[in-house]
Design a protein. Sequence first.
Lengths: 470, 470
Amino acid sequence: MADDFDVIVIGAGPAGENVAARAVRGGLTAAVVEDVLAGGECAYWACVPSKALLRPVELTAEVGRVPGLEPGPIDSAAVLARRDEVVSHFDDSGQVGWIEGLPAEFVRGRGRLAGPRRVEVTARDGSVRLLTARQAVVLATGSTAVIPPVPGLAEAAPWTSHEVTAATGVPARLVVLGGGVVACEMAQAMHGLGSRETTLLVRGSGLLGKIEPFAGELLARSFVESGIGVRFGAQVRRVERPEPGGKVTVHLAQGPPVEADELLVATGRRAATAGLGLGTIGLPEDEPVTVDDTLRATGVADGWLYAVGDVNGRVLLTHMGKYQARACGDVIVARARGERDDLPSYRDLAGGYGAPQVVFTDPQVCAVGRTEEQARQEGFAVRVVEYDLGAVAGAFLLGDGYRGRAKAVVDEDRGVLLGVTFAGPGTAELLHSATIAVTAEVPLDRLWHAVPSFPTVSEVWLRLLEAYGL
Amino acid sequence: MADDFDVIVIGAGPAGENVAARAVRGGLTAAVVEDVLAGGECAYWACVPSKALLRPVELTAEVGRVPGLEPGPIDSAAVLARRDEVVSHFDDSGQVGWIEGLPAEFVRGRGRLAGPRRVEVTARDGSVRLLTARQAVVLATGSTAVIPPVPGLAEAAPWTSHEVTAATGVPARLVVLGGGVVACEMAQAMHGLGSRETTLLVRGSGLLGKIEPFAGELLARSFVESGIGVRFGAQVRRVERPEPGGKVTVHLAQGPPVEADELLVATGRRAATAGLGLGTIGLPEDEPVTVDDTLRATGVADGWLYAVGDVNGRVLLTHMGKYQARACGDVIVARARGERDDLPSYRDLAGGYGAPQVVFTDPQVCAVGRTEEQARQEGFAVRVVEYDLGAVAGAFLLGDGYRGRAKAVVDEDRGVLLGVTFAGPGTAELLHSATIAVTAEVPLDRLWHAVPSFPTVSEVWLRLLEAYGL
C-alpha cells in the first residue's frame, strides 16, 4: 500500500466523500480517513435517522387534519426498526465499498495532521500509519455537540443528537435543553413516538432563532397544542442525576424544576478540530478552520490545506457541506493541473446568498437566503411581502385547519428576492423553488411568468407576487 | 343600473374573475356575467373537489408505506362531506360577494354576443338585458366534456368530470373511458373511496398521453398493484344501460364487455362556445376562439374581443387561464389608457414554455415545459438526463418501496432546461422549482449553486445536474 496520495481527506462524512469523489473524477488519487463510520454523522446520527423518526409523526399529524381518516397509534418499535434500516444497522460496509469503488483508499483510523501535507492515522489497535499528500489535505471532520458548562450536566451523561437519533426506546418523560432545529425536531419526534411528557427549556424567547420569528411562533403554537411543554427564558442552574441512566432533574433560575427520564442537550455544535493536530502547522486548535471561498484554509503556506463542511464553521448543514465539497474537490483538481481556478463552480457562492434549510417539524419550516433583519442590517433596500398560507387553496385542501405563512424579502434596488421563508405542512419540497429564485437572482417580473399549478401550496408564489403589486 | 361598462366578462370562473379584478384595479368598470355559479367549474366540479376527494386516498397510500403506521379505512361519507364544504355546498354567494367587492357588477344569466361590443344576458326567468362594452368583451366560458359518438353512450347519461366530482356516493363498480388526467385522478379517487371494481378503458397504449411516457407507466403500475383495472387499446363499440341510473355495460371491439354501476367519460373537453353568439360577429361557432399573445381574438375589427382560459383552446388548466386573465385584464387597461401595450406582463409567455401541470394521483405526476419528443420535433439540440427518485435519500425516507423518476430535457445550445417531469409521491410542490428554472431559463451552471436541502426529494436536482456532468 502506497502512503502517498494526491489528496488525503480526513473524515468520511458526506462532505469528505464528495471531495474524494470529485478529486478522483478529476484523475487524482485519494485516501479517505475515518475513525468512526464511513457515511458520517448525517447517515447514522443526524438527518437520516431523524427524518425516519419524524416521518410517521408528521404523517399522523397530516392524517389528523383530513376528515374521513382516523390517525392510528404509532408503533414506535416498528419506527425504530425502520430507523435501524435506514442507518444500515450502523454498518458502514456499503459506504466503504462506495469509497473504494471511486476508487479511493479507505483508511480506518483517527487522522491527525503531523506537519505540512502529512497525516498520521492511528488505527484502533494503536498502530500508526503516516500518509503524505502531494496536492491537498482536506479536513472534513464535522462537528460535535456542545455541552454547556452547567453544574451536573456533563455528569448526567445527557443525550445529544447522537444518542437521541439512535435511541432504542422512547423515554416516558423527556426534557430538552435548546430551541433550535435539533431540539425542535427531536422533541416532536419523541413526543409523537410516545414520550408523554416532553418539555423544551429554551434560553431565548422563541424557537428556531436563526429563522424569521413567525416560523418559530407557529411551531411553538403547534407544540403547545400537541401537548409539548415549552418554557422560554429558561436559565438552567443545575442538573441532578443520582443514578446513571436514572431519573434526571433540571433546576432552573425561576419556576419549578423539571423532572424527566431522559435529558437531551441541543444547544449548539462546535467544529470537530480537537486532536486534529492543527497546532503542528501553526493554526489555532479548537476553532473552526477559516477558509476562503474555494474552501482553502487561510494562513497555511503553499495552500495545501482545505476544510469542508461543519469543520470550517461556515454553515452547519449536510447539503452545504456536500456543496462545498464538490467545489473543493474540483478546485483541487484544477490547481493540480495548473488550470485556471477562478470558475464559479470552484467557489462557495451559495453560502453567500444564505443557505437553504428545512426543519422537518409539523409545521415544516423552510427558509433560504436572508431574513428581513439580516437584509436590513446589510443595508439592502428591503421590502417585505407576507401571505397567509392557509388562504391558499392548495394548502387548505391538504387538511382542515391548515395553518402556515410565507414571507419574502425583496431587494427593491434590483427587483430580486433576498430571502424566502415558508412555515406550514407540505412546504419542504416548495423550498427549492425559492432556493433557485434567490440563488439565481431571478427578477420578480420574470417569476411572474412561472405559473404555480393549481391547486398546490406553491400558489403562494402567485399570492406573494400579487401582494407585491405585480 | 347602467348597462354600459368598460369591460364585460362572460363567465365567472377563475379566469373571468381575474380579468375583472385586474380591469377594476386599473380603474375600469366591469360586469361579470354567469349563468351557473360564480367561481366556475374549477371551484365546484373540477380541481377543488377532485383534490378534496383525492387527498385522503393519497395520504392513505403514504401511510401504507411507512412502517409503524397502519392505514385505516376511509370514511367516504366524511370525505364527501368535506368535499361539500370545500365547494361551499354549491353556494356561490361568497364568490358573488368577492366580485361585487372588487367592485364589479355581477349579472346572473346566460350571456351571448349580440354584435360588436354587445352582450345579451338572458336571466333564468327569461328576461333579457342588453349590456354594451366601451373597451372590451372577454369570453371566459371555459370548456365542457366531450361525449364521443359511441352508440348508446349519450343515452346512458354517463358521468363526466362534473358528476363524478359532485358524486353523493361511490359506485360499487365504476368503468372509466379515458386515460388522461381526469380519468386517472377520478379512477383512483373512487377506487380509494370504495369502488371495489374500477376499470379504465384507454384507447391508446398508455396513461397521461401528453406527458413523458415513463410517468404514465409508473402510474399504470400503481393502478394495477392497487387493484384498478386498466385495458389499453380499448375500442368502445356500444354502451348499454337499459334502466336510467342502473347497470351499464360497455362493449368493446375485443375482449369481454365491462359491466359496472356507473360510467365516467373523460375523453377530452371542448371550448364552451356553443350558443355564445360568435356568429353575430363573424367568427366560427363551436370552435375555440383564436387569440394572440395578449389574449385578443384575431379577426375581430377594432380588437374589442378577448378570450381567456379553456375557451381559447390554448391550455386547459385553471392556473393558465388565471395567468392569461391577469395579462388580459392588464392589457385592456393599458389600451384603454392609450399606454404602450407591449410589456411582457401583458402577454401569455408562460404558455410558450409549456404549461406546468400536476396530476394528483399516487404517484403524483408533475411536468413543465416540453417533453423530449416535443423538444426534438421543434429542432432543439436536446440532451436528456434521468434519475431514479427512489435513489434519493429524501424520497426513500418518505416510505418503504418509494418509486419515482425524474427527467430533464436540456437545450444544449443554451445550457437551459426545456422541460422537467417528476413522477413520484411528494413531488407536487417540487414542480414549481422546475417551473421557475424552465420559465426563467436559468442556466444549468447557475442552478448548480441552488443547493437542495438534505434530506428532501428536491435533492434530485443535484442528482440530475451531476448526471448531466456538472
